[in-house]
Design a protein around this ligand. Structure first.
Ligand code: 3PG
Length: 215
């Protein structure tokens, strides 16, 4: 699997912060039940690596990756835990080298044309536009498509059910990322059917966006 194939898995990549390791499996099962299989577990909590490991082993159908990767050490630890892809809010030379050597699909973060070009030069043609809404959102992506039509994005940051379809209709967007599928209060209350419903709705967004676009 390469990064482009990863982005083709689901129209929405849930950006997940696991606070309670005891809920990690049920959370992942709820998303997979709703049709969302690529799960970005961010390294923003103490439970993150354990969650990657647990979900990888216990949830068939889940494709578990690590997010918020900032350096090679974190990438190594995530792969050791079972991560099958990596995502970062940015890119450093060290992380680029480690990601290339790891062989797993890796989405570096980019927020400008220069960052996108630098990441593409490092071999990363699929990137995370971050923070998408804050840096220009749909208008920025339309502008980038002219000079950089070969670079594809997973915009993340400020995206939710109401604006995701606008992004998914763009020719240089394959999927969007966001935390809206796993609201903290819903996860804390273990309302798994709500998570499954949000995941189902997210899959529908992808279908309706495809129908409207000419990609
Ligand atoms: C990320 O890490 O990609 C973002 O924090 C997710 O942004 P969101 O919470 O606005 O979806």
């Amino acid at each position: 699997m390469n990064a482009l194939e990863l982005l083709a898995h689901s129209p929405v990549m849930p950006v997940i912060v696991v606070h309670d390791i005891d809920s990690a499996i049920e959370l992942a099962q709820a998303l997979v039940a709703g049709g969302i299989c690529s799960l970005e577990i961010t390294l923003r909590s103490d439970a993150a690596l354990s969650a990657i490991s647990l979900i990888s082993q216990a949830v068939p159908g889940a494709l578990v990756g690590a997010g918020t990767l900032r350096n090679a050490r974190q990438l190594d630890a995530a792969i050791e835990a079972g991560a099958r892809f990596g995502v970062s809010p940015g890119l450093t030379p060290e992380l680029a080298q480690a990601a290339r050597q790891s062989g797993i699909p890796f989405l570096p973060g980019a927020a400008t044309a220069s960052e996108a070009m630098a990441a593409a030069d490092q071999g990363f043609i699929a990137q995370k536009l971050f923070p998408a809404e804050a840096v220009g959102g749909v208008a920025l992506l339309k502008s980038l498509y002219g000079p950089l039509p070969d670079i594809v994005f997973c915009p993340t940051g400020g995206i939710h059910a109401d604006n995701a379809a606008q992004y998914l209709a763009l020719p240089n967007v394959r999927c969007v990322g966001g935390s809206w599928l796993t609201p903290n209060t819903v996860v804390a209350a273990k309302q798994w059917s709500t998570i499954t419903a949000l995941a189902r709705q997210a899959c529908t967004l992808g279908i309706s966006a495809l129908a409207r676009s000419d990609k």
